[in-house]
Design a protein around this ligand. Structure first.
Ligand SMILES: Nc1ncnc2c1ncn2[C@@H]1O[C@H](COP(=O)(O)OP(=O)(O)OP(=O)(O)O)[C@@H](O)[C@H]1O
Ligand SMILES: [Mg+2]
Length: 255
């Protein structure tokens, strides 16, 4: 089966500072792929290049074999900073509907309600972002990203600014949404445990300029469970393996 996404040897510099160094990996349709790497190594830059918000200096990004130039409609992105992602003067319903202006009002309403329900925010549909907790705001961002029915969902540290319990609730919600909607999901995280828990495969990056250090298959069964899955020997072994790779990167950077 052809890959949904192929990142083909992309390099990117800001001025004379190289940030991405010939990055190369592929994502299969329906796959949950996580990118982990040291802080500041270029993960957000990579996602911006994939979303075509920015062009790499060399290499290319392909969707089902084809390159593309504009941020495409088959892709949605959720950023870390939810407080700046939502329009404060619009309700949850209006924020979620924002990307659907080209669709008739009846279908638009139905799709908005379904997306809001999928993230368990129906009770808050007419509230404004400033009336919501951080976790609820991030659920609203998720609803806005899935309402356009993307094939590929890009998530850049989406749970980084919420408390620990909200974080694990959001992890389970995103796993569930990805599987139910048959999404291909690309998650950037610095949290090794999160990457192992959520993914089918993990791409480990080096320190800046980022290259792929290793790709690790996560063969843990579904449904995953925050307690049971994390207590299995397979989970612990994978976590150990990924931590060891990241730690080696951090050490090589300090030498
Ligand atoms: N627009 C920009 N112009 C110049 N330098 C930039 C720009 N964006 C990012 N950088 C630099 O590029 C490097 C990689 O940044 P990037 O945000 O991609 O890393 P990251 O892995 O997402 O970091 P973090 O772990 O903090 O989220 C950093 O040194 C950053 O300062
Ligand atoms: Mg980042």
């Amino acid at each position: 089966m052809p890959s949904i996404l192929a990142v083909e040897s992309i390099s990117k510099s800001y001025g004379s500072a190289p940030v991405l160094d010939g990055l190369k990996f592929e994502q299969r349709p329906g796959e949950f792929l996580s990118i982990v790497g040291p802080s500041g190594c270029g993960k957000s830059t990579l996602l911006r290049c994939i979303a075509s918000l920015m062009q790499p200096n060399s290499g290319s990004v392909r969707h089902k074999g084809n390159t593309f130039a504009e941020p495409p409609s088959w892709l949605s992105i959720v950023f870390q900073d939810y407080s700046r992602a939502l329009f404060p003067w619009l309700t949850v319903r209006q924020n979620v509907a924002f990307g659907l202006h080209h669709i008739g009002s009846r279908e638009r309403d139905e799709r908005v309600q379904a997306a809001v329900q999928a993230v368990n925010l129906t009770h808050a549909i007419d509230l404004y972002p400033w009336q919501l907790s951080g976790g609820m705001q991030q659920r609203c961002s998720l609803a806005r990203s899935i309402v356009v029915r993307p094939e590929l969902l890009l998530l850049d540290e989406p749970f980084a600014s919420v408390d620990a319990q909200t974080r694990i609730d959001l992890q389970d919600l995103v796993i569930d949404l990805s599987r139910r909607m048959n999404l291909s999901t690309l998650l950037v995280t610095h949290d090794v445990e999160e990457a192992v828990y959520m993914s089918d495969r993990i791409v480990v990056l080096s320190t800046r300029p980022a290259r792929v250090v290793e790709e690790i298959t996560v063969d843990l069964p579904y449904p995953r469970d925050q307690l049971a899955t994390k207590e299995t020997p397979d989970f612990l072994q994978l976590r150990h393996q990924v931590y060891t790779l990241i730690r080696a990167q951090a050490k090589s950077n300090n030498n």
